[in-house]
Design a protein around this ligand. Structure first.
Ligand code: ZN
Length: 90
């Protein structure tokens, strides 16, 4: 349906349940299964995160690496990223 392609807004079924949502990070219209639930709203309907699973994963990867680097630095005085970079240059 052309309407769905041209208007990047959240889509609902006849019962008012959200079926597709525009990701607040990548701006793509994706099926609601591509979003993590984020509790329930006052109406008892599920709410969803504003970022899709893919964007959430990307953001989370960054955090994890940062966290691991910090731990490595505390323990060995050098970050994991640094070790990997050195290994590449060997
Ligand atoms: Zn996204």
């Amino acid at each position: 349906m052309a309407l769905f392609e041209t208007s990047l807004v959240d889509q609902y079924d006849v019962e008012g349940n959200i079926t597709h949502k525009v990701c607040g990070i990548c701006g793509e219209l994706k099926p609601i299964s591509e979003f993590y639930k984020n509790g329930k709203g006052p109406s008892g309907k599920y709410r969803y995160r504003r970022d899709c699973k893919e964007c959430y994963k990307q953001a989370n990867l960054g955090r994890t690496q940062e966290y691991r680097d910090k731990k490595w630095e505390e323990k060995y005085g050098v970050s994991e990223t640094e070790i990997q970079e050195r290994t590449v240059h060997l």
